[in-house]
Every structure is written in structure tokens, then in C-alpha cells.
Design a protein around this ligand. Sequence first.
Ligand code: ZN
Ligand code: ZN
Ligand code: FE
Length: 764
Amino acid sequence: MQGVGFRPFAHRIADREGLTGWIRNEHGAVRILVEGVPSHLDRFLAALTAEAPALATVESMEVTRVAPGGHGDFRIVESRAAGPGRLPIAPDAAMCEACHGELLDPKDRRHRFPFITCTDCGPRFTVIQGVPYDRERTSMAPFAQCPACRAEYASPGDRRYHSQSNSCPECGPRLWYEVSGNAEAERAPPAARGDEEALAHALRTLEGGGVLALRGLGGFHLAVDAANESAVRRLRQRKHRDAKPFAVMVRDLDEAHLIARSGELADRRLESPTRPIVILPRAPSYRLAPSVSPGLSTIGVMLPYTPLHHLLTTGFGGPLVMTSGNHGNAAIVTGVDEALDKLADLADGLLLHDRDIVQRCDDSVERIGPGGHILIRRARGLAPLPIDLSAVSPRPLLAVGSHLKNTLTLAVDGRAFVSQHIGDLDTLETLAHHTETRDALETLLGIEPEVVAHDLHPGYLSTRLALESGLEAHPVQHHHAHVAAVLAEHGEQGPAIGVAFDGTGYGPDGTVWGGEILLADLVSYTRVGHLRPALLPGGDLAAREGWRAAVGYAASSGEGPDGVVGSALRSRVSASAWDGAWAQVRHGINAPLASSMGRLFDAAAAVIGVREASVYEGQAAMELESLADPDERGPDVPFPAVEEEGVLVLDGWPLLEALATAATGGQSPRTLAAAFHRAVNRTTIETVTGLARRTGVDTVVLSGGCFQNLHLLGGMKGGLEALGLRVLVPARLPPNDGAIAFGQAAVVSAALAGIRTRLPEIGG
Ligand code: ZN
Ligand code: ZN
Ligand code: FE
């Protein structure tokens, strides 16, 4: 991989061992020729893996003996061209400990320099314009190194030997600050404001409760004091973001522990070079403003990942809300002029710098699941690292991904490059972001796709992109892609019993799917189980207004408006909306059939009184998870599965009926939320176990957005493993639709590779 300092490192080791020869990048690998004393050659070989730089991994090594050539010294020689996809782009890495030490050291020439980097850390993917990775093809190109920096860059023993982003206060990027919303104010040129003065202005804005727009690594953040309720509210009002939780940035692990409960694994993830946002349970000492993450028992936390973040968080002295610099769902803002234009009405001040952001990249988001971290959003620090596919397509391919939480994938020679999180493909702006990302990755990786994989849904913009691309197009069913993604990232081809629980995906029968149990391998699938479809009055509107799903369930089961769902819900919904929804289900107007597990969660949250309508996607389900205590003992509620025409149908209605009855009888939402999770886990485990016995398939895949819920992921994984089954869960990609593009690539690669399906018959 480029930009991880491997060649300079090898140079250092060769010098240390007194060896001569050369090193060069060759067709996507590194070739080294060394000659010298045999015992020193052995030490050199051992050091290559044992002492490799922080960001480098040696995947494999081949050693051959050749005759000595009489080299006078050791040098880095010109690269030989790499084939398509053979030269991965390094993701950005958080500031390393050595650089941190310099930042704090008053005697160092980079003391308090906001753009410190070295070969072990700093921007990579977000500054790269072309390959090979050299300064002139990055946004560091305008900053010519001063003599002191150039000397470091040129000396093999230095930590900054061949560091492409090397700079210092003499020659590097600059900070400046601008007041926003004041058209009269003259814009101060960068040179007129020193870094320290700009930083002081930014801190004053935050201390006064203002909103600061901050140019970061992969885009702008909006920051406010996380302890100041009116400041957080002001940010929510301006951003039109009512309740969706904000993440906070803290100074260090100690400050993280004041607000969140984190174990050893969480601490390791927080401090990793990726520096993701980690969503954690709140600590008893949590004292942030109520509006930071309303209605949840969790908080998203991250540590500073750039020198600028370090200066800001230590200067401020308390947690800062850090949210994407954008309006609503639009792509995160990256450019200075764009920020002055689009963020001026959101922020009171802007802390800017002149190192351009070339590739837009949001923060990555993780949770700590059973046995490891799980990704919620894969972006900065991880993208666009390749993930191997378990079947090799003979032709390079593009997978355009899903409609929501879109990512795209380029695959060649069995390696899949999954893009950073792009967003929901429902605006022209995100569509443009999709196209830009595709163009950038194709150029940087040298991949020219011949085939395109897309979702089965004929109406998605992503489908249109695929069909208009002129490439040979292959549709892939959404839940098959979910299951295939998990199989492929684990290097498997199936068959497996795939549990795909999510909000929505287009079913080949024209109904909305989302509570699916598939017998699947990479090339094909059979729908062996599913939630019983229920009407969804209002269609897409029901994803926000969960009470509609409850009405749909009631109506589909022959219940009227005055039944048990009516008594639990009616008083909490406007009369006209209530009557309208019942008219829709009665007359079959805008009331599609859906087998969605996400909607069952929404309906359950509505009838037990947690929430009848969500203001952001998944809110009701997240609150239901937050409320449920897995140790809570309460009533067991029924969730029967019945076999109909050879397919196992999971019946949500008796479950909702029992929850509604218990809720009107005075059972607490906390107790019922736990009962609901237990019922979903119990019935799914029983159904899957039965299918495993009848098919002889003992591998189970858990996938789909519902598995961001840790009660579901942990409960099912533990329950199934206790019964002797092998359970594969998402690890390198999120359970949600961020994995769909990779799944599409897995399915189409297997088909093009000519792999035949091996799905067994279902016995009695
Ligand atoms: Zn460093
Ligand atoms: Zn310099
Ligand atoms: Fe999905």
C-alpha cells in the first residue's frame, strides 16, 4: 500500500544491517534486493515483519537467492507500473504518539503546529488526487518544503523520510478564522491571522455558546459545547435536526470515561489509528446537555484525530459536540468557499485552513458487539481498504449499492474496494457524490469496470445509474446481498441459513421484504422463512410513523379500529390521520404489503407507548433497545412461527396483540421492550435451528440493519452458538445497507466465476 512508509522503513533497516541493494514498488507488491553478511540478511528479513511501520501490514513474503551484484549502497528506485487494483490507497490515520509529543513540546519546532504528520500518521485518502502517492499529486502540493523539512524528507534515518505530507510552521498549511453571517466584514487573508489567533477566536466562539464550523480531515464539522443545553439546541434548530443523537469529541480517554462506560476493547477502538465514533453506554457520571442524545441510554464518543482537534479539545477543556457540516442529509461540506456559502447560516464562526480536502469522508461509527466491534458506518480511517471476495470475477465490476446508507464497490481479481459512506441516494447532491466517488476510485485504483451490479428495485436511482452506465447489468435481490456480504467477508461461499432483518428491500414478488430467512449461497437463495406480510398504510410514511405499521398489522388480522391496538394507540394519534390510515387499509390505497422486521419494531414501540412516530430513521427501534434490559424478567409474549406451503411464517400479530394488551393493563414500557426482544430472539432461534436440522446446513448468517441492535445480535448469536451452530456476523462491514454494494459484488462475482449453487433440499 502507498503512503505507509514501507520503503523508507526498509531503507532504514538495510542501513542498520549494513546491507546494499534496492527496493521498489513493482506491480502492486514491493521487491527488495539486498546483499551483505548472511546473518545480517536474516536479521533484515525478520525485521521486515517484526518492525513494520504502524500503518503497514506484510500479507506474504517470498524469498529467493540470487548472485551478488556488487551494489555500493541501498536505494529506493523507481516504481514499476501496477495492474488494476494492485496498489491500494491508504486510509487516513490519527496523529501518532511521536507527533503528539512534538505538538506538546515547547522546544520542538512543530510545537502547537496544527498540521503535524509523519510516515506513521496523517491524511492519506482525503488528500490524494492521483497515483502514485507523491506530494505533487496531493493537496500538499502547493506547500513547498522549507530546507529543514526537506532535510528530514531526504534522510533515511528520519521519521519523516519520504513523508509526503511533511511540513512545519515555516512551510505548511495555515489556519484562519472567519466570522459568519456578517457580509460587511472584510474577509481577512490567511497571512493576516496566525494559527494561535485563529484558534483563540474559535475557542471564544465555543465558550460563548456559539456554533463553530471547523474544517477537518474529510469534511467540515459543526461543533458546540456539549455541556451547554442552549448551544446544543441552537445547533439543532439551525440544522433542523430534532432528535438524532450527536457524537461528542473528548480530549482523551480519561474524559471519555467520565461520560461513557467503555471496556478494554472500546478503549482500544477509541485509540486506534481509525479513531471512530464509538457508541457506548453512558457512565453514571454523564452530565452532558440533555439535547445531545435525547431518549437514548448511549452516547457516541471519539478522541481527537488531528493535531488541530488536539489543540481545540485541550484548549476548550470539555466535551464538544461534533456533527457533520451539512444541511439535513446533504453531503458533508469540504471546500472553504462552499462552507462560507452553505454553512454561514448554521455557524457563528468558521475555523478554516488551506489544505484542500480532495476526497470527502465522514467519521466512521462503531459499536462494541459480542466478540468484537461492529461497524455502523465505514468511512474515515477504513475506506477504501480492500476486502477480499470469496469468489473471483473474471471481469472487473462495479456495484452501485443500496438506496439508503449507500456505498459503492469496485472489484477486480477478487479484491473489493468498498467506498466510504456516501449517504441516502435521494438527492441530486448525493447522486453527484456517488458519481464523484466512483470516478475518483476508478482513477486511483486503475479499475475500468465492464460489469455493473445493482438492486432489483426498478425505481431506485442507483438502478437507473447502473442501467444508464452502458455496462452489462446484473440485478441482485437486497436481502440476498446482505447475506452474501457476510459470507464473502468471511471468505465463505455458503450454503448458510441467512437471517436478514431490516427496514425495507424490494422483493421479487413486488412486496416489501425485510424479515427474511433465506437458505442462501453466493449465487442463489430460497426464501425459507419470513415475517407474515402486513399492510403498511401510507407506504414510505410508515417508516417514520410507526403507529401506521401497528394499524396495518391490526387490519391485516381482521381487527377493527376499536380493538386492542386502538385502545393502546388511538389517543396518541391525530383523529384525521388515524381515520385516514384505516381508510387506506380498508380500501387498499397506498397500503403495500410488507414483511419488514424494522416495521414490526416500530409497531411494537408504538403499542407499548415508547414512541408512535420517529423524527429520524430507526429512532423508535433505538429507543426500544435502549429501554430493554436483557436481564429483566417479565411476561413472555407469543411470537408463533407456522409452516405454510413449506415456508416458515413468523406471525407478528399475536406478539403485538399481547404487547398492546399488557401495555393497556399497565405493564411498563421497560418490561415490555425486554419481552419483545426476547420473543424475537426466541422464535428466530427456534426457526433457524429447525431449518438447520432439516437442511443439514449448520452455518448461520446474521445481517441487515436490525442487527445494529446489540440485544438482537448478541442474543441470537449466543443462542444459536449454544445450540451448536456456527454463526457469522458482519465484522469488516456494517450489518446495515452500507454492506449492500459489497454483497452485490460478491453475488455477481460468483455468478461470473461460474460457481454453481449448492443449496440443499429441505427435508421433513
Ligand atoms: Zn506521526
Ligand atoms: Zn518546513
Ligand atoms: Fe437492508
